[in-house]
Write a protein that binds this ligand. Structure first.
Ligand code: SAM
Length: 240
């Protein structure tokens, strides 16, 4: 996380917004990378995610969570030193107004931080993660929930150039000091999750297709094992 630490401290980052915060995973990372900060806010449209996030950060006055749509951020112009979007780009239904809003609330010279899982290149172990993720995304799409498959690094860069007026200053693959090796028990749990995901499919005609697909993914996991897909961090700067 040293590279993130470097950018945040160089920019004297005190107020941070995490858009599509989910249960606040990226805020854990931010608290490690930020020195002294005034305020971190996580927003998400999911009330359940926000309630869970609040539970993970009890008694932390400087960290707040709100149910809010990123298309209408309830903050003044030029308020935050940094605005983050982690693993959410491929979930955005309407990316342009969300980028416009993120940049509106960002101070001039502020940082737009995009953290996103990539689809390629991955090791065979990491492909297991991608296949499961894409399986769940396909079920989401069946249920009319916006969830694209993950993108390549080049596709992410293209989207950032399309939606954002900020300039990409840096990008890298964050290296976690304590790398998690998945135990057999955890891998078995991952395999089981493929069956649980199918419980969301209500049309019985669609089940054989997903059942077959799940079996192919299970074979891949059994042969190659499981590891998390590579994530990329992008630092963009608002120039105006
Ligand atoms: C995969 S989660 C990412 C969670 C977290 N940032 C992380 O890195 O683990 C994507 C999140 O984006 C949220 N989301 C999607 N569209 C949104 C919007 N328009 N406004 C706010 N949150 C949104 C979803 O509810 C979901 O919690």
């Amino acid at each position: 996380m040293e590279q993130l630490e470097f950018h945040l401290s160089k920019n004297q980052t005190k107020k941070v917004l995490d858009v599509g915060t989910g249960v606040g995973n990226f805020i854990f990372l931010l608290t490690q990378a930020l020195g002294d900060y005034e305020e971190i806010v996580g927003i998400d449209t999911s009330m359940r995610a926000v309630e869970l996030a609040k539970g993970y950060f009890p008694n932390q006055e400087k960290i707040k969570f709100s149910v809010m749509d990123a298309r209408q951020l309830e903050y003044p112009n030029d308020y935050f030193d940094a605005v983050c979007l982690s693993n959410s780009l491929h979930h955005l239904d309407d990316a342009q107004p969300i980028f416009d809003e993120m940049e509106r609330v960002l101070k001039p010279k502020g940082l737009l931080i995009i953290h996103e899982m990539i689809s390629d290149p991955l090791t065979p172990k990491q492909v297991s993660h991608k296949l499961i993720h894409h399986f769940s995304a396909e079920i989401d799409r069946l249920l009319d929930i916006k969830h694209d498959d993950t993108y390549t690094k080049a596709e992410i860069e293209d989207k950032l150039q399309l939606y954002s007026s900020c300039v990409i200053e840096d990008s890298w693959i964050p290296v976690h000091k304590e790398k998690h090796e998945f135990s057999q028990e955890e891998v078995d749990q991952v395999i089981l999750s493929l069956d649980q995901m199918q419980n969301r499919i209500s049309n019985p005609d669609q089940l054989p297709y997903f059942k077959q697909k799940a079996e192919t993914i299970k074979e891949h996991i059994k042969e190659h094992g499981f590891d998390l897909a590579t994530q990329y961090m992008f630092i963009l700067r608002k120039n105006k």
